[in-house]
Write a protein that binds this ligand. Structure first.
Ligand SMILES: *[C@@H]1O[C@H](CO)[C@@H](O)[C@H](O)[C@H]1NC(C)=O
Ligand SMILES: *[C@@H]1O[C@H](CO)[C@@H](O)[C@H](O)[C@H]1NC(C)=O
Ligand SMILES: *[C@@H]1O[C@H](CO)[C@@H](O)[C@H](O)[C@H]1NC(C)=O
Ligand SMILES: *[C@@H]1O[C@H](CO)[C@@H](O)[C@H](O)[C@H]1NC(C)=O
Ligand SMILES: *[C@@H]1O[C@H](CO)[C@@H](O)[C@H](O)[C@H]1NC(C)=O
Ligand SMILES: *[C@@H]1O[C@H](CO)[C@@H](O)[C@H](O)[C@H]1NC(C)=O
Length: 895
């Protein structure tokens, strides 16, 4: 291993040299472009070049601390991406002391031409103040382009002219970008250089084009002129449609046009949010500060409506309720039923502090907790746990969030290294990243986990598949019951008491996705191991509360030796699984009572049969495996209510009152009752979803046009256009640029998921996405499950039930601005810092003010701001968490 490392270092320093050389080349070309024929001279070119050199130097430094990654090629790829991103930043900084990468900085000079659009679906931002002959178009030339754009921004006065011409340019650009994206992905420096040259050549020919384009694929901004907006939307839209020849673009433009019309609707119907936004907008418009020019434009006036999709897209509740409302209602109903006049609960969050301290300087300290590097605020709240009257039902493993969310940073293990990459991580992880041996000691004989040298390895993976391995076990289930059809009929699985989540880890090979969970308990850090391995998992327990998922969403629930006492308490816990299972869904149980004949096992088995029969579950398979000498049984939840109706009046467990909302799941106590199965054909749960993978794209059958979607369209269209939006953003923007090496990304969290469009767009990648639906957002989590993805309810005003350093990428689309109404943003960023792995990325899309705030905070945490871009009131940020930790420790124990 050591030898290998050394080799790698050598190679990577070679690459660094190459990188510098490349940079010089980039700079030269950039300089040439800048100083060549174009009449708009570039005064700041020299400074820009200098800055790029500086960036190159930074890259070298970065190289030194470069990761422990196994793959030198990956390293290089990452480096070259970094180069581009860095250069862009440098170029940006040349134009403006602050971070913003935007050609838009010419604002001050050219207030009249500011109608821009930020279209990262097409991998570009358009418009802005920049009015300059077309320059770099290809990705490889990002740095040069940015430099040119920057300088152009300063030098160009007015080139706002013919909108048609601009549109033509636009079209060409998008073609060029696509091609170049491929080139860049070739990730050799040659291809980079080549595309650079192509660009230069292309530029020479295309001096007349006028559009400024931000290409966030590469974090680059190109100077292009914007359509002069005379307020005639129709004119602009038509124009765009008629000129753009690419099918894809046409589609997007159409969407755009539709959006324009529709976006007006919510404004007029004046939901609280949109009204507020409108007001804000018009204020800005009146002020018409040149500097804030970009902020003053109404979204619907944009020449390119894609930008509108990027923005809030007029989110509203639509026909959806929210989890908070559901849960609150449920609690109210229960309270009334008990005739106890309990105080109505508010949504879990605290009211926002009106005077949120906008202190510009942050003093960071390390948390001082007994759980140290593994601190999970809502699970390690020792004070609250001490106050519990009982822990009989695992109350002490449930969430107990601190009254004030922490603002200290969690320390990192001293020898932390970048995690091993998927799929190797499934077999081994760095011991020092998760330095716990308890589980290896305790479970070693069961082949869960072993310590070998610097690694923890996961040879067999689980108690129930010691010998044959997890895949054998997974296939055994399907052999026992072919209708399981992993990856076709059975897509979303809940793995209860998952251990180190090998089951979920190997289900990926069969096209299925498992939400694994286990309590934070004496099997120290099992969920942490799972996450470090790149397998989805959360810390949760079947205790006294419903799990944070809607009803009828899991295709399969699995439990192998999960040690949950299903049959006690009137079957409360099994009834919770019944709530979560889709009608017709399967419960796979492999535990000793199924196949062993000890008196204790027999007794449990008999109880279990009695309970499941009473629950109308049918045993559809029972099998024993010869290799691992384990057995399993598969139950099926009914698809209709016939069995329920044929039960005795007072048979236990009872049916829930019809008023009991099965979808209420936030802080709702478990009850030992069963919900009827939905049978109305227009209601969710009445039939099985499409087979995977068609399921991901198909509009759920229970969304119909009379319902209003989150973005204001009829729900089915809303769903479809959201998916188109994210597909474009991912393809044109996230995958190819922003300095993200996706080889290093495995665990992704979409912090505000809506329909799960981002996750759906990423589904062919080797990543998984935890979709979180905030409890006060429209309750779209059932949609996410229906399309074969998974997610969880959460309140971001509280800490998430995951270990520190467990995600590679967090994505927050208009999350923070919404949270502001309910809680402080700072602790949420601290939480993001806790969750993200060092070198993990954060992408924020939000209003400019919020993004600016976040930029300030993450910089103070020594994060690398890879880029920010802003258009009008909207902005996007991509930042990388670093290894930096404060040295000072909080003096008293963190609450
Ligand atoms: C931008 O669009 C707005 C709204 O249509 C319009 O009033 C304004 O004149 C436009 N600005 C420019 C510079 O074209
Ligand atoms: C707006 O568009 C309509 C229809 O294309 C056209 O007749 C009208 O002259 C345009 N108005 C302006 C101000 O360009
Ligand atoms: C959405 O619903 C929540 C409660 O369910 C409500 O407080 C909020 O005002 C609604 N928002 C909009 C934009 O209708
Ligand atoms: C959850 O509900 C209980 C009462 O059912 C309440 O006492 C508690 O404060 C709630 N917790 C949160 C986080 O809302
Ligand atoms: C559309 O969905 C709503 C809510 O699920 C339902 O009440 C209504 O009957 C449905 N309409 C049609 C035509 O299916
Ligand atoms: C951590 O908290 C404890 C208890 O409040 C305190 O005694 C200790 O000094 C703190 N540690 C540091 C490094 O400040």
């Amino acid at each position: 291993m050591a030898l290998f490392d050394r080799n790698q270092k050598q190679r990577s320093s070679l690459f660094s040299t190459a990188t510098i050389a490349l940079f010089v080349a980039l700079c030269l070309v950039g300089f040439w472009m800048v100083s060549s024929p174009s009449p708009e001279a570039v005064p700041s070119a020299t400074a820009t070049v200098a800055d790029i050199n500086k960036a190159a130097a930074e890259v070298v430094v970065k190289d030194k601390e470069e990761d422990s990654s196994i793959d030198a090629t990956n390293n290089f790829k990452q480096d070259s991406t970094n180069v581009v991103a860095e250069a862009t930043t440098a170029a940006t900084e040349a134009e403006k002391p602050t971070v913003d990468v935007k050609g838009g900085d010419a604002d001050g000079e050219k207030p009249a031409s500011k109608n821009q659009s930020f279209d990262d679906e097409n991998g570009r931002t358009e418009g802005g103040e920049l009015v300059k002959p077309e320059t770099a178009e290809t990705d490889g030339a990002a740095a040069a382009a940015a430099a040119v754009a920057a300088s152009q921004g300063k030098s160009v006065e007015d080139a706002v002219t013919d909108s048609k011409e601009q549109v033509v340019t636009d079209t060409k650009e998008s073609v060029g970008q696509d091609a170049s994206a491929e080139k860049t992905s070739g990730d050799t420096k040659e291809s980079l250089a080549v595309s650079q040259e192509d660009t230069a050549a292309g530029d020479a020919k295309e001096t007349s084009s006028k559009k400024q384009t931000f290409d966030d694929e590469n974090g680059k901004m190109e100077g292009v002129d914007m359509v002069k907006d005379d307020g005639n939307k129709t004119f602009i839209s038509d124009d765009v449609v008629s000129v753009k020849p690419i099918a894809d673009d046409t589609t997007s433009v159409t969407t755009t046009t539709t959006d324009k019309t529709e976006s007006v609707v919510p404004t007029e119907t004046a939901t609280a949010t949109t009204l507020e936004e409108t007001t804000k907008t018009s204020d800005n418009e009146e002020q018409a500060q040149p500097r804030d020019e970009e902020q003053k434009l109404l979204p619907e006036a944009l020449p390119n409506g894609q930008a509108e999709l990027l923005t809030e897209r007029a989110a509203q509740n639509g026909s959806f309720t929210t989890q908070a409302a559901e849960s609150t209602n449920e609690q109210k109903k229960r309270a009334e039923r008990k005739k106890k006049q309990k105080k109505n609960k508010k949504a879990a969050g605290k009211a926002a502090d009106p005077a949120e301290a906008a202190s510009p300087s942050y003093v960071w300290k390390l948390c001082n907790t007994s759980t140290g590097e593994d601190y999970i605020p809502c699970l390690d709240n020792e004070a609250a746990i001490r106050k519990l009257k009982t822990d009989k039902h695992y109350e002490h493993r449930e969430r107990h969030c601190p009254a004030e969310p922490p603002t200290c940073l969690v320390p990192a293990p001293s020898s932390y290294r970048d995690p091993i990459r998927w799929p190797h991580s499934r077999d081994k992880i760095w011991y020092h990243n998760v330095p716990h041996t308890k589980l290896a000691d305790y479970k070693g004989h069961q082949n869960w986990v072993k310590l070998s040298g610097e690694h923890l390895t996961f040879p067999g993976g689980g108690t129930q598949f010691k010998t044959g391995g997890a895949l054998h076990y997974i296939d055994l289930i399907q052999q026992a019951l072919p209708e399981v059809a992993w990856g076709r009929r059975s897509r979303v699985v809940l793995d209860v008491g998952c251990g180190v989540a090998s089951f979920g880890g190997y289900l990926f090979d069969r096209g299925a996705l498992a939400m694994s969970f286990a309590p934070k308990d004496e099997h120290e850090a099992q969920v942490q191991f799972a996450l470090e391995r790149g397998i989805p998992a959360i810390s949760a327990v079947m205790g006294t509360k419903r799990l944070p998922f809607p009803s009828n969403v899991f295709d399969v629930v699995h439990c192998a030796r999960c040690r949950v006492p299903w049959h006690i308490d009137g079957g409360k816990l099994l009834l919770e699984l019944n709530r979560l299972l889709r009608p017709g869904g399967l419960f796979v149980w492999s535990a000793t009572p199924v196949y062993q004949k000890l008196p204790e096992d027999v007794e449990i088995w008999d109880d279990m049969v009695k309970l499941t029969t009473a629950m109308c579950w049918e045993i559809v398979a029972k099998t024993k495996d010869t290799i691992d000498a384990v057995g399993l049984v598969i139950f099926r939840k009914p698809v209709n209510n016939r069995c329920y109706e044929s039960r005795q009046q007072d048979e236990q467990p009872p049916l829930c009152e019809p008023s009991d909302d099965p979808n209420a799941a936030w802080n709702i106590s478990l009850r030992a009752c069963m919900h009827r199965v939905p049978t109305d054909a227009s209601v969710r749960g009445s039939r099985w979803p499409e087979k995977w993978p068609a399921r991901a794209e198909k509009v759920p059958y229970w969304l119909n046009s009379t319902q209003v979607g989150v973005y204001g369209k009829p729900a089915p269209e809303d769903f479809a256009s959201d998916y188109q939006h994210w597909k474009k953003v991912v393809r044109n923007s996230y995958l190819a640029g922003m300095g993200i090496d996706w080889n290093t990304v495995r665990n992704v969290m979409d912090m505000r998921a809506v329909y799960g469009g981002l996750a759906a767009a990423l589904r062919d990648m080797d990543v998984w996405v935890m979709n979180t639906v905030n409890i006060d957002s429209p309750d779209t989590l059932p949609v996410i499950y229906e399309r074969g993805l998974f997610g969880i309810y959460h309140d971001w005003c509280e800490s998430f039930s995951t270990y520190p350093r467990s995600y590679d990428l967090l994505h927050a689309d208009h999350l923070f601005s919404k949270l502001k109404a309910r809680c402080k943003v700072l602790p949420v960023i601290v939480e993001v810092d806790r969750i993200l792995r060092p070198n993990g990325k954060l992408i924020v899309r939000d209003d400019k003010e919020t993004v600016d705030e976040i930029v300030e905070v993450v910089r103070s945490m020594h994060w690398e701001v890879r880029m920010t871009v802003s258009k009008r009131r909207e902005a996007m940020l991509c930042a990388r968490k670093t290894m930096w930790r404060p040295t000072e420790v909080v003096e008293s124990a963190t609450r």
